[in-house]
Design a binder for this molecule. Structure first.
Ligand code: XLS
Ligand code: NI
Ligand code: NI
Length: 442
């Protein structure tokens, strides 16, 4: 393949190709076949797979008990701009070799903030963005979404848009403006708000109503600014119940949808649903997708998985086929994502220290989604699943049930129907049958 970077970091690895499920090549897709049509679209277009800059290029494996374990060859320069260019070279080499079309970033992922002033940081972001633009033009890789990191710097310890100090809120606003400018300059298709510290630890020192209304004002300003600069994309809120805050305001999809509507953001905002955030909120991934889809707000997906034996955001690469197949049933029936794609917000384990591990991880993730999609498509088209579901709700499809759905009845009508009808017939939910159908298509 044509190599577009100044330096090559993954020399031993070529372009990852689809070889089918009988291939033993660990550096090949077994199920993700980008050009294969499923339900009227190529897999490539269904998923719009994206690489997350922060995990893949910046995540060296540090945890609260020890430092990073991965010495990335692109992270050697002490000059922040040179380091940013090296990282970009590695990023585009990786995405291109994976055959993905997209990437996503936080402002501080593409270039180090260090202890730079706001003006200096803006300058670094702008310089890096122009380098990224060159790489994008040369490779055809696109920006799925950009965002600002408003949670790592100690200044945001009390939150960003929810900060009790206006000066910090304004500082966050400046950072969002810079991140939006970069996203727009790079033709970013969407912009994300994930509010890691937009929440609280103790209600004793918190004015929740003011904090939430301030976030609403902040998001309306961001929207108005972006629109004034010609941004046509969608804004996403990414729900998460906790970590690092104890009570995050964007707890789950339902909470975030209520916030979006309450704050008058529903024309411009949708949701970015992350698997591990769903499970931290005691939901399933598919539940969060369904809630979003039913509100017309299924925008994008952050793909990963949790560890079901513990309660934090482990951000492992997706490999749970059953979970993904159930999710893809919702995805297909909802007509896919609105504007977004599938971003691998996932990290290799701390002890996965070879550069190849980054490839194995993304290959596995893409294959898991591809399998999930194929299974869901097969369930919908070649089983009696849809008929069973239709039968279960048949009483609302005709007669008095249909009148109820059409809003033609009152409580007196329900009373009369119940009086005339006797005890309702017992109808099984047949959950095990549904589960068997899904398993049969795996
Ligand atoms: C962290 C979030 C974060 C967002 C972007 O838990 O998933 O990575 O996706 O800020
Ligand atoms: Ni995420
Ligand atoms: Ni996360």
């Amino acid at each position: 393949m044509a190599h577009i970077g100044d330096k090559e970091y993954f020399k031993q690895i070529g372009e990852i190709k689809f070889e089918g499920k009988d291939s033993d090549n660990p550096l090949a897709f077994k199920f993700y076949n980008p050009d294969q049509m499923v339900a009227g679209k190529t897999m490539r277009d269904h998923f719009k797979f994206a690489m997350a800059y922060w995990h893949t290029l910046c995540g060296t494996g540090g945890d609260p008990f020890g430092p990073g374990t991965k010495a990335f060859p692109w992270a050697t320069s002490v000059d922040p701009i040179q380091a940013a260019r090296d990282k970009a070279d590695a990023a585009f080499e990786f995405v291109t070799k994976m055959g993905f079309d997209y990437y996503c970033f936080h402002d501080v992922d593409i270039v180090d903030e260090g202890d730079s002033s706001l003006a200096e940081f803006e300058n670094r972001v702008q310089q890096t963005a122009s380098y990224l633009k060159e790489k994008m033009t040369a490779s055809g890789v696109k920006l799925l979404w950009g965002t600002a990191n408003l949670f790592s710097n100690p200044r945001y310890m009390n939150g960003a848009a929810s900060n009790p100090n206006f000066d910090v809120l304004a500082r966050a606003g400046a950072q969002v403006k810079i991140a939006l400018d970069a996203t727009i300059a790079l033709n970013g298709e969407n912009y994300v708000f994930w509010g890691g510290r937009e929440g609280y630890m103790s209600l004793l020192n918190t004015n929740m109503k003011l904090e939430q209304d301030n976030i609403g004002r902040f998001m309306r300003m961001a929207r108005d600014y972006a629109r004034s600069q010609g941004f046509k994309g969608t804004f996403f809120i990414e729900p998460k119940p906790m970590e690092p805050s104890k009570h995050q305001y964007d707890f789950d999809a339902a909470t975030s949808i209520n916030f979006i509507r309450e704050q008058g953001l529903e024309k411009d905002f949708k949701l970015n649903i992350e698997v591990n955030h769903a499970t931290l909120a005691q939901h399933t991934f598919q539940h969060e997708l369904q809630v979003s889809a039913d509100a017309g707000m299924l925008g994008s997906i952050d793909a990963n998985r949790g560890d079901y034996q513990n309660g934090w955001d482990t951000d492992q690469f997706p490999n749970n086929i059953l979970e993904t197949a159930e999710a893809m049933l919702v995805f297909l029936k909802a007509g896919g994502l609105q504007g977004g794609g599938v971003n691998f917000d996932a990290k290799t384990r701390r002890n996965s220290t070879d550069l190849e591990d980054l490839f194995y991880a993304h290959i596995g993730g893409a294959d898991t989604f591809a399998r999930g999609l194929l299974i869901a498509d097969s369930v919908i088209n070649t089983s009696n699943y849809e008929d069973l579901l239709g039968e279960r709700y048949a009483s609302f499809a005709a007669g008095i049930g249909a009148d109820y759905v059409a809003g033609k009845l009152n409580l007196g009508d329900l009373y009369n129907h119940a009086q005339n009808n006797g005890e309702p017939r017992q109808i099984s939910g047949r959950q095990e049958l549904y589960e068997n159908i899904l398993n049969q298509h795996i």
